[in-house]
Design a protein around this ligand. Structure first.
Ligand code: BDR
Ligand code: CA
Length: 329
């Protein structure tokens, strides 16, 4: 009997979050205790509805908890959005909204309902009472996780590891220097990376090393399952939207959050991972929200450093995994 990793997903669903949730559900290595939802790609209420729609599609009634609607502190300083010239998610082209993350995923309205408790309450109570350590897989801004760690720092004793999608070394997407999840709540990202909890950081370097193509989207659609069909449609619409917005190549795109889930379930797909000291710029300037990895010679991290950055994954293994799992009826 496989010893399944107990996990909590934290999502801002979102197109790539949707693929990540489907992959997590179909990954026998993972036992999903609950899904907490944060704001990010869209307001938190939309992200909750989108998460429930995906669960309906998959026929899985996993408890979903609505979390924080805003970052911990960043909106308190108005000038902090100075480096943000566009949100990178949507554009108005010829009077039409073109978007990477539709306000509502193209699925029937959700039948399932979210739980009454707040996501942070669920995180704190579940982790306080856990008999076995739990792995967190956050793939949105880290607000819920940062807040839960502030509410009850002792929960870190029961966190096995945090496998997160966020950050980038030497590149950005929402700004020239920062990745969107870290940019949206830099303080929360700093709390998480400074917590001493083992963290595997799946940033843009890793996710773009495993981009899926339009051809891959067709393969997913041809799997003959609702999950394969929907994942293929999402991959295709992301590639086409980014091209229309002038920020994509029209051929391929990273399905960021699904790569993070794949790294949590099947770490053998990781080709390059380095233990490195990490910091986050929270100073509100041009580098606001940037992940700073210490890559200097002579400053190599020792075993006491708890952050590891994934730089590269095996695209073929990642895609084969996705196809195998989404082809299950
Ligand atoms: C991350 O930002 C969001 O738009 C995606 O869902 C992903 O989690 C990529 O930078
Ligand atoms: Ca996300």
């Amino acid at each position: 009997m496989l010893n399944r990793k107990k996990v909590i997903l934290d999502v801002d669903t979102g197109s790539d979050d949707a693929v990540a949730i489907m992959l997590a559900i179909r990954s026998e290595e993972l036992e999903i205790l609950g899904i907490t939802v944060t704001w990010g790609n869209r307001p938190v209420d939309n992200c909750v509805e989108n998460t429930l729609r995906v669960l309906d599609l998959m026929g899985r009634d996993i408890p979903v908890y609505k979390g924080c609607p805003q970052p911990m502190v960043r909106y308190l300083t108005r000038q902090r959005n100075a480096a943000l010239d566009k949100d990178g998610i949507s554009a108005n082209i010829g009077g039409q909204e073109v978007t990477v993350h539709p306000a509502y995923l193209d699925l029937p309205p959700a039948v399932l309902r979210a739980q009454e408790s707040h996501a942070c309450t669920f995180l704190v109570e579940t982790l306080r009472n856990a008999k076995e350590k739990v792995t967190l897989i956050p793939v949105g801004p880290l607000t819920n996780i940062g807040m839960a760690l502030r509410m009850a720092p002792e929960i870190k004793e029961n966190i096995e590891e945090i496998v997160l999608m966020g950050g980038a070394v030497g590149m950005g997407n929402i700004t020239a220097s920062a990745e969107a999840n870290f940019y949206h709540d830099p303080e929360a990202a700093k709390i998480v990376l400074d917590s001493g909890i083992p963290c595997r950081v799946i940033g843009l370097n890793a996710t773009h090393s495993a981009e899926l193509t339009l051809e891959d989207a067709e393969t997913l659609k041809s799997l003959g399952t609702p999950a394969g069909q929907f994942a293929g449609e999402l991959v295709e619409s992301r590639i086409r939207a980014l091209k229309a917005m002038g920020t994509g190549n029209g051929v391929s795109d990273a399905i960021h959050d699904a790569v993070a889930v794949a790294c949590a379930a099947c770490p053998e797909i990781i080709l390059d991972m380095k233990r490195q000291r990490c910091d986050i710029d929270i100073n509100g300037g041009a580098a606001d929200g940037q992940l700073i990895a210490d890559t200097r010679i002579g400053y190599e991290a020792d075993e006491t450093v708890t952050t590891q950055i994934v730089y590269k994954v095996d695209k073929k293994q990642f895609f084969d995994l996705l196809c195998r799992r989404l082809s299950e009826k």
